[in-house]
Ligand binder design. Structure first.
Ligand code: GLV
Ligand code: GLV
Length: 322
C-alpha cells in the first residue's frame, strides 16, 4: 500500500479519507514544525507527502524521500516553500489548496480593514486595562470606510473576492494593480486598473493579494511606502516578504502612513524589531485561512489530490512546475 506522510496534525477530514483508501498514513506526532533532520528521516519511503507552508520542500528533501515519491500536496494556496524546479526535474507533482480558502482570507482582510481603521484592538486593550472612565468625544477617533478608496495589489481569486465584497457590500471605490488586467471583474465591480505607483498615491486602504515570487519580494519598500498617503492604511494577508518590514516600521514611526494590519511577516514567526510596540498596528499570527470550515476543506482537498495522483489520475489542483 502507498505510504503517505503528513508533516503535522491537520483537521481529520483529509486523514480519514486517506485511511479509508487503505493507504499507510503516518501523521507527525510533534506539535510543531518538524526539525529538518527529523523531517528528512520521516519522509523516507513516502509515495506522497502532505506538507505545510512551514516545511521547506527542496531537492534534498525529495531525494531523502526516494524515487517513489510522486506527489507533494501543500496544505496552503501559497507554495513558496516548495522548489518547483526540483520537483519538475524529479517528475513530482505539486498541488495546493486554492479556492477553498479564498473567502476566508478575503473575510479576514476585510476584518483587518475595519480593525485598523476603527482601532478595535487598541480600544479593546483599553477596556481590559480598566482605563475606561466614561464616554469621551475625542476618544479613539478612527476613520470611516465610506467615501474612501481601496487599492488592491493583486486581483487573483482572493483579491477578486475582496473586491466583490467591498464593492457590493460597501459600495467602495476600488483601484487595482495586477500583472494581468481583468476586464470582466472591472465591469462587474466597477474597478479601475492602475499602475502600482498610482494605486499607492491614491488609495486610503491598500490590501495585498499577490503571491510570493522573486518579482514580488519587497514590492512594497521604503520608496513605495513614501508614495502612500499619510492617512493610508496597509493590510497584508498574503506573504510577509512582499513588504519590507523594517521599512514599514520606519514609515509607521515617522507617520508616513497611518497604520498597518498584518497577518504575515518576513521571517515568521519573528516580527521586525519595533513593530509590536507601535499602537497603529494590528498583528495576527498568520490566521487568514484559519476557520473550522476552511481548514477542514483544505485537509480534504490536499488528501483528494494525493488520492488522485496515487491512483494514476490527474491532480485536482496541480501547481505548474515547469
Ligand atoms: C496560507 O497562507 C496559504 O497560503 O494557504
Ligand atoms: C489565491 O487564491 C489567489 O490566487 O489569490
Amino acid at each position: 500500500m502507498p505510504k503517505v506522510f503528513v508533516t503535522r496534525q491537520i483537521p481529520e477530514a483529509g486523514i480519514k479519507i486517506l485511511r479509508e483508501k487503505g493507504f499507510e498514513v503516518e501523521v507527525s506526532e510533534v506539535d510543531g514544525v518538524l526539525p529538518r533532520e527529523v523531517l528528512l528521516q520521516k519522509v523516507k519511503g513516502a509515495d506522497a507527502i502532505l506538507s505545510l507552508l512551514t516545511d521547506k520542500m527542496d531537492a534534498e528533501l525529495m531525494d531523502a524521500a526516494g524515487p517513489q515519491l510522486k506527489v507533494i500536496a501543500n496544505y496552503a494556496v501559497g507554495y513558496d516553500n516548495i522548489n518547483l524546479a526540483d520537483a519538475a526535474s524529479r517528475k513530482i507533482i505539486i498541488t495546493n489548496t486554492p479556492d477553498v480558502l479564498t473567502e476566508s482570507v478575503a473575510e479576514l482582510a476585510i476584518a483587518l480593514i475595519f480593525a485598523i481603521s476603527r482601532r478595535v484592538v487598541e480600544a479593546d486593550q483599553f477596556m481590559r486595562d480598566g482605563k475606561y472612565h466614561g464616554w469621551g468625544p475625542m476618544m479613539f477617533l478612527g476613520n470611516d470606510l465610506v467615501g474612501k478608496t481601496l487599492g488592491l495589489v493583486g486581483l487573483g481569486r482572493i483579491g477578486g473576492a475582496v473586491a466583490k465584497r467591498m464593492a457590493e457590500g460597501f459600495g467602495t471605490k476600488i483601484l487595482y494593480y495586477d500583472a494581468k488586467r481583468n476586464e470582466e471583474l472591472e465591469k462587474k465591480y466597477n474597478l479601475q486598473f492602475v499602475d502600482l505607483d498610482i494605486l499607492l498615491k491614491e488609495s486610503d486602504f491598500i490590501s495585498i493579494h499577490v503571491p510570493m515570487m522573486p518579482e514580488t519580494r519587497h514590492l512594497i519598500n521604503a520608496e513605495k511606502l513614501k508614495m502612500m498617503k499619510k492617512t493610508a492604511y496597509l493590510i497584508n494577508t498574503a506573504r510577509g516578504p512582499i513588504v519590507d518590514e523594517a521599512a514599514l516600521v520606519e514609515a509607521l514611526k515617522a507617520g508616513e502612513i497611518k497604520g498597518a494590519a498584518l497577518d504575515v511577516y518576513e521571517e515568521e514567526p519573528k516580527m521586525a524589531e519595533g513593530l509590536a510596540q507601535l499602537p497603529n498596528t494590528v498583528l495576527l499570527p498568520h490566521i487568514a485561512s484559519a476557520t473550522e470550515e476552511t481548514r477542514s476543506a483544505m485537509s480534504e482537498l490536499a488528501a483528494k489530490n494525493i488520492i488522485a495522483v496515487l491512483e494514476g489520475e490527474p491532480a485536482i489542483t496541480p501547481v505548474k512546475t515547469a
